[in-house]
Every structure is written in structure tokens, then in C-alpha cells.
Ligand binder design. Structure first.
Ligand SMILES: Cc1cc2nc3c(=O)[nH]c(=O)nc-3n(C[C@H](O)[C@H](O)[C@H](O)COP(=O)(O)OP(=O)(O)OC[C@H]3O[C@@H](n4cnc5c(N)ncnc54)[C@H](O)[C@@H]3O)c2cc1C
Length: 472
């Protein structure tokens, strides 16, 4: 530990009290490795302020002593953005004690909540007042609003409600000079030039510490219907989405699942069964919702799928008979990664290309990767309607234990090249963090990198906010 870090920890402890400073290595240890377990960092302390003023005090101390800070929420991020560097040169700033929902209003349909509030807590609180925060994802029990905002997270409802960027109405943050930006009044119109709120969304903690957010809410669901359909190709799956969208505004979830992924789930995940009797090369999970009690949502979806069947868009379909069956369908989708892990080594790529180009991309990119690396299995599943799939490449069954380390980089470079050639993004919803920094630097247009660096330099000239992440 250098003198600067020791002084920062000591002064923070005296200013904020012992609750705000954790230096016990055992307590620190679970928080210095990323969720996937691929990046291992070190830090002499976790600082856990309880208010925006305390965050500001810490940031000012960090600037004074030239010590970098790594903001951290639930540490569920997929790009190791919240993992400190391995040399122990940075301090973790955890938002765990900033977990108050300051207000929630049915009139304005807004919640103002602190950065450390867990997503599931917001869901429950909103539900109690007849509202819903329409973004959810697998980590909802531990990820925080600050982390979700900082990674501009997506999830399974983006099709209808967009990513965090669409749902955040205002941001409160401590900037790298210790000043406070208060954008929580959530103005519908505000044309005073550059939007600091928008800069902070998706900034992965590199431009400041988000202390609270104002979030848009929608009415709770009155009813939902979930169906599983078999289709012959990703192109047919997209045809189905377009068919449904032309006839209803109620489609909220639309997930693509290849037969191969379904087989793995059925093999490795207990209590799962195929929804359809016959085999189909591809499957689609459709969820329709309504907040209107007058609408027969199940009847509507059943009718539309019947019409799609008649027109040859789908090969078969089944509607979940009840909530438990609907959850069972979602389980098939949500456990694909887990099933892949049980099967062997898998390289995950969270990528996007223009929606219309996605069906051909999945088929062609899979074939190219499998041809270039014989024995590997490549496929895509996920949010087809957002042009975002998880393009996963599985090792051959006889692969060496170090396949991931030995071959992973080559495979990823090929996938990223294919994505870039298709006009896509090598990070659709997980961010850049440390995981994708080198590939981002290799593939992003120079102008984009230049602007990123210029913004970072302007707001954080001392480089104390999460250095080594996002900005190459
Ligand atoms: C099982 C699982 C499923 C997931 N599914 C999805 C999915 O469907 N879609 C999707 O988009 N993502 C998904 N994710 C990843 C998702 O991005 C994270 O769960 C979430 O957005 C990060 O929240 P967190 O509080 O854990 O942030 P952390 O992991 O702690 O941090 C993430 C980044 O945000 C920064 N940060 C955190 N808090 C702040 C703050 N207050 N101010 C400034 N910077 C901050 C960190 O420095 C880091 O760069 C999934 C993750 C898991 C584990």
C-alpha cells in the first residue's frame, strides 16, 4: 500500500466512521473477483459511504491523494468493470449502504432510489403501489440500480421498454472533482446542451459515482400469456416477431432458442421437459402482457399463433396453461448458460447486429466459426427482437482443460471480426469493462475512441475514476 492509499483510508475512517471502512481481507475477498471468476483483483479497503455527501468526501480525498476508485454495486457485471486491478492500487467504493428508495409516486410514475438499491427490491416496492419497473434480468436479486445504470443494462423486456437508458429519467452523481450533479428532477424537456445524465448512463463508473437515479415506472400487469413455438430457422423466428408486432402491441418478450441449447438444458437441468412433442431446429419463447383487465391476452396470443401456424411461419406452438407452466418455459431459456457450463467449456459473446441482419448472421457466423475451428459448436440464443444474441462457442467434448485459455482469444477475435463486418457491436448489453477492452481498442473506429478519451480527460483529468475500464 502506498502512502496515498493509507492516508485516504485513515482520513475516510475518521470522517465517515468505522462502518464506512472495511479493511479485513476476509471481508474484502469476495468482492475482488468478477462474477464469472475470470478476473482477480486486490484492494487494501472497501469504502462504503452512506450518502452522496459521503461519496463526495471520498472522491475529494481520492483526488487529493491521487488514488483511483472502483465503484461497485452487486458485482454481478459480466465485463469485470467492478473488479479492482490486481496490484492493489485502487480502492473499492461500494454503494451497499446507499439503499434507500427515496420516493415512489403513482402520480408521476417515477421512483427515486439510491444507487445501492437491489433491482428485486425496487420491483417489490413498485408492485406494492400498483406499478412496475419494466426491466429484469437473471441477477435481479443482487444487482443494483447504480450498476444497471452504469452498464446501461438490458434484459428480457427491452423489446417493449428499452434498456436502462430509456428508463432512467434522471441521475444524481458525484463527479471526479467531488462536485455533485443533481439531475433527479426528471424534466421531460431540458435542452441545456450536452446531457450529463446520458453521459453517466453506460459510463461504467469512469466518469463519476452515481448516487441515485429517477426511474420511469409503468402500471402493473393485469395478465400475461407465455407461449413456446417451434420454427425452422432464425429467419422464420423474425418473421413471427414481425407478424405478431403488426397485430398487437402486447409482445414484451421474444427469445430465440436453438434445439441444441434446449437439448443441453433438458440433459443437465433437473425438472425440465420439452414444451413441444416434435423436434424443431429453432424455438421461440413469446411473452405477451397487458395492464388492461378487459383484454384476453391468452386468447389473443393463441389466436395469433394459430394464424402464424396456418401461414407456415411456425411449425407448432403451445400456450402455457398457467403461471407455473409459463415459469417452466422461462426456465428453459434462463438456464441455457448453466446447462452449457455443465456440458463443458463455453466462450460467451454478447453481441448485436441490426435486427434484420441477425437471422443470416447467426447461421453464417456459426458455420464460419465451426469451419475454422473443427469440433467446436457455435450457436446463438436470446433477444432476437433486439438484434442481440448471446453467441456462444462450445469446446469439443474432448477439449483439453486449458482450451479456453489456449484457443479462446483466437475464437473471440474471429467472432468479433464477423460482428464488426456486419456493422454490429461486440458488446450489446454487458459493457466493455476490462474483459473487452483490448478488442474494443482493436475494432472501434478511431474517432469513437478519440471522443471517449476526450470526454474522460475533460471530466476526470486525474484519472481516478475506474481507470483501465471502458476507455482504451
Ligand atoms: C445471472 C446474470 C444475468 C445477467 N443478465 C443480464 C441481462 O440479461 N442483460 C444485461 O444487460 N445484463 C445482464 N447481466 C449483467 C448486468 O449488467 C449486471 O447484473 C448489472 O447491470 C450490474 O449491476 P451491479 O450492481 O452488479 O454492478 P457491478 O457489477 O458492481 O458494476 C458494474 C459496472 O458498473 C459500475 N458501477 C456500479 N455501481 C456504480 C455506481 N453507483 N456509480 C458508477 N459506476 C458504478 C462498476 O464500476 C462497473 O463498471 C447479468 C448478470 C448476471 C450475473
Amino acid at each position: 500500500m502506498t502512502g496515498g492509499e493509507a492516508k485516504l483510508i485513515d482520513q475516510a475512517g475518521r470522517m465517515l466512521g468505522p462502518k464506512a471502512v472495511i479493511t479485513d481481507p476476509k471481508e474484502i475477498e469476495p468482492w475482488v473477483t468478477d462474477w464469472r471468476g475470470r478476473f482477480h483483483g486486490a484492494t487494501p479497503a472497501i469504502l462504503a459511504p452512506a450518502s452522496r455527501e459521503e461519496v463526495a468526501q471520498i472522491v475529494r480525498l481520492a483526488a487529493e491523494h491521487g488514488v483511483p476508485l472502483v465503484p461497485q454495486g452487486g458485482n454481478t457485471g459480466m465485463a469485470a468493470g467492478a473488479t479492482p486491478p490486481a496490484d492493489g492500487s485502487a480502492i473499492l467504493l461500494s454503494t451497499r449502504r446507499m439503499n434507500r428508495i427515496r420516493s415512489i409516486s403513482a402520480d408521476s410514475r417515477l421512483a427515486v432510489a439510491e444507487a445501492g438499491v437491489i433491482l428485486a427490491t425496487l420491483h417489490e416496492t413498485a408492485y406494492q403501489v400498483g406499478l412496475r419497473f419494466p426491466l429484469t434480468l437473471g441477477a435481479r436479486g443482487s444487482c443494483t440500480l447504480g450498476g444497471l445504470t452504469s452498464t446501461n443494462a438490458g434484459g428480457t423486456q427491452v423489446l417493449k421498454f428499452g434498456t436502462m437508458r430509456s428508463l432512467v429519467a434522471g441521475v444524481e452523481a458525484v463527479l471526479p472533482d467531488g462536485s455533485i450533479h443533481d439531475g433527479l428532477s426528471a424534466l421531460k424537456k431540458d435542452n441545456r446542451g450536452y446531457s450529463l445524465d446520458q453521459l453517466l448512463i453506460g459510463a461504467e463508473g469512469t466518469l463519476g459515482v452515481i448516487t441515485a437515479v429517477a426511474l420511469r415506472l409503468v402500471p402493473t400487469i393485469a395478465a400475461r400469456a407465455v407461449a413456446w413455438a417451434g420454427v425452422e430457422s432464425p429467419a422464420k423466428a423474425l418473421d413471427l416477431l414481425r407478424f405478431l408486432e403488426a397485430r398487437t402491441h402486447n409482445i414484451e418478450g421474444f427469445e430465440l432458442v436453438p434445439q441444441d441449447s434446449l437439448d443441453l438444458v433438458l440433459k443437465h437441468i433437473p425438472n425440465t421437459r420439452a414444451p413441444l412433442a416434435g423436434k424443431h431446429d429453432w424455438h421461440v419463447l413469446v411473452e405477451a402482457t397487458t395492464s388492461d383487465t378487459e383484454i384476453d391476452i391468452a386468447g389473443e396470443l393463441e389466436h395469433l399463433l394459430g394464424a402464424a401456424l396456418q401461414q407456415g411461419i411456425i411449425g407448432d406452438a403451445v400456450l402455457a396453461a398457467n403461471g407455473a407452466q409459463a415459469d417452466a418455459f422461462w426456465k428453459l431459456r434462463d438456464t441455457i448458460s448453466e446447462a452449457e457450463r455443465a456440458e463443458g467449456q463455453t466462450l460467451a459473446h454478447d453481441i448485436s447486429v441490426p435486427v434484420a441482419a441477425m437471422p443470416a448472421f447467426i447461421v453464417e457466423a456459426s458455420a464460419k466459426v465451426e469451419q475454422a475451428f473443427p469440433g467446436l459448436v457455435a450457436s446463438g440464443f436470446g433477444h432476437l427482437g433486439d438484434g442481440n444474441i448471446h453467441f456462444h462457442v462450445r469446446a469439443a467434448s474432448h477439449a483439453a482443460p486449458d482450451w479456453y485459455e489456449a484457443e479462446g482469444e483466437k475464437v473471440t477475435r474471429m467472432v468479433d471480426d464477423l460482428v464488426t463486418d456486419a456493422g454490429g457491436s461486440i458488446s450489446a448489453e454487458h459493457g466493455i469493462g476490462q474483459l473487452k477492452l483490448a478488442e474494443f481498442a482493436r475494432l472501434a473506429p478511431p474517432g469513437r475512441i478519440h471522443v471517449l478519451r476526450a470526454i474522460k480527460q475533460a471530466l476526470d483529468p486525474l484519472g481516478i475514476m475506474n481507470p483501465g475500464k471502458l476507455v482504451p
